[in-house]
Design a protein around this ligand. Structure first.
Ligand code: SAM
Ligand code: ZN
Ligand code: ZN
Ligand code: ZN
Length: 427
């Protein structure tokens, strides 16, 4: 079979990294490198009602599925389009009621299996890498990961038996492992989680902590744009992880989720590590265990606890860390980010704004020049300012967000139109 590939790029073997994607032509900052429709995707449960299940459009007044009353659509076309996937869940959600609780990965895998049954030829999402070719790293799974994989298979059988003929367990084990190291989460412009998906061609790109492209989403389509000049022959790298943290933390995460250690320039020079772990001028550098004991409280937080309690824990932790760490230290920023999230949830806009103000400058130092984390922080802060009728700082913050998003999302992305509208609407 002849495959078309992606114009201006080619799949190649990247030494030490498996397969990868490289440029055959020059891409400037902001250039669209390629787009990839989702092979399969699923809207997260908490966003039901605010986004269309089929096209991920966000708007008020979506229409409910008459049967389960849990899925929402733009119109009949979206509802019809979604039925082959929604039918896997529609009646099961009614039958199980409160007890319907498959994980998002299980929901996604059910959709992948359904798609694989109906479409056997290569899809438009698989121009350079087919889903069946995904790396699984089966030989590297430890007992804990094997156990999680078993649990997922059991849940898949439990919640989807009515509408799925299951492949055998070996196939499912591999499929779950493939989805774990090649799957994507879809976020909105403020980086709120919207759903999970597989974009096979996007998964061909290897990771760098100094990525030369950024992946954004328009509905359920992934778009890849250059955020550094890319020259012919150079490998195209995206980032798989949050780049806020120091080299050691990043690599812990990369090994745990993707089974490799990064050898990018940031990882070998560690040039940003010192600033990321800045201590107060008087203090001696803390021991790693000490850091762990200070940072742990929030990652361990019981998210069912009342928000006021969560905020208290964040603030106590900030106080404790603050005696050792500088305010620009990434562990401080991590905790302030959590606190800001809780304040937003509690609609304590003033307090959320003060956290945002403390976070945004150091964020711009620690993250790469074009970063969705920095853009979304300017965006949240700008929207807070405008909501609090602080027009001038509001517009200024939104302009900073726009400058990054024009490159990462492209000038004509609906998110940008919306932000421009918000800037103009103000008196
Ligand atoms: C999403 S896939 C990327 C495509 C992959 N190279 C392949 O051949 O299928 C992720 C896997 O690629 C490899 N990988 C990605 N970035 C890497 C890097 N910077 N160094 C070494 N291996 C990398 C790891 O095996 C990782 O689990
Ligand atoms: Zn729709
Ligand atoms: Zn339904
Ligand atoms: Zn790196």
């Amino acid at each position: 079979m002849k495959t078309e590939g992606i114009e201006g790029t080619e799949r190649f073997l990247s030494p030490g990294k498996g397969r990868g994607l490289r440029a055959l032509k020059h891409f400037k900052v902001g250039d669209l490198v390629f787009v990839c429709p989702a092979y399969a995707y699923v809207l997260t449960v908490s966003e039901r009602g605010s986004h269309c299940e089929f096209c991920f459009t966000r708007r008020e007044g979506l229409s409910k599925c008459g049967k389960c009353k849990q899925a929402f659509y733009c119109n009949v076309d979206c509802q019809r389009g979604d039925w082959p996937m929604h039918k896997l869940e529609c009646s099961a959600m009614c039958t199980y009621g409160e007890n319907w609780s498959p994980s998002e990965t299980v929901r996604l895998v059910a959709r992948i299996i359904t798609k694989q049954k109906t479409v056997t030829e290569r899809t438009a999402s698989e121009r350079v890498l087919a889903l069946r070719e995904f790396e699984a790293h089966l030989d590297k799974l430890d007992n804990e990961k094997r156990e999680m994989n078993r649990t997922d298979i059991i849940a898949l059988h439990h919640f989807y038996s009515r509408h799925l003929d299951f492949p055998d367990d070996d196939y499912l084990t591999e499929l779950f492992a493939q989805v774990n190291c090649n799957g994507f989460t879809i976020e909105d412009e403020e980086l709120s989680h919207l759903g999970s998906a597989v974009f096979p061609d996007v998964a061909l790109m290897n990771h760098s902590c100094s990525p030369n492209v950024i992946v954004t989403y328009k509905g359920t389509v992934a778009e890849v744009r250059a955020v550094q000049d890319i020259h012919p022959g150079e490998e195209i790298f995206s980032s798989y992880i949050d780049l806020l943290y120091p080299t050691e933390d990043r690599n812990e995460r990369l090994i745990d989720s993707y089974f490799f250690t990064c050898d990018c320039k940031e990882c070998s020079t560690r040039s940003k590590d010192k600033a990321k772990m800045e201590v107060r001028s008087s203090g001696a550098p803390p021991e790693p265990e000490e850091i762990q004991s200070m940072v742990r409280p929030v990652s361990d937080l019981d998210s069912t606890a009342p928000p006021s309690e969560l905020l208290e824990i964040c603030e106590l932790s900030l106080e404790k860390m603050g005696s050792v760490f500088d305010e620009t230290n990434v562990y401080m920023l991590h905790m302030m980010y959590q606190a800001m999230g809780v304040c937003l949830y509690m609609q304590d806009w003033d307090r959320a704004m003060s956290y945002g103000e403390k976070i945004v400058k150091p964020y711009s130092v620690h993250y790469p020049a074009y970063s969705l984390n920095v853009a979304s922080m300017y965006l949240k802060l700008g929207r807070l300012y405008l909501g609090l009728e602080k027009r001038s700082p509001g517009v200024k913050a939104l302009k900073k967000a726009l400058a990054i998003m024009e490159v990462a999302h492209g000038k004509d992305h609906p998110y940008l139109a919306e932000i421009r509208r918000e800037m103009e609407e103000q008196p």
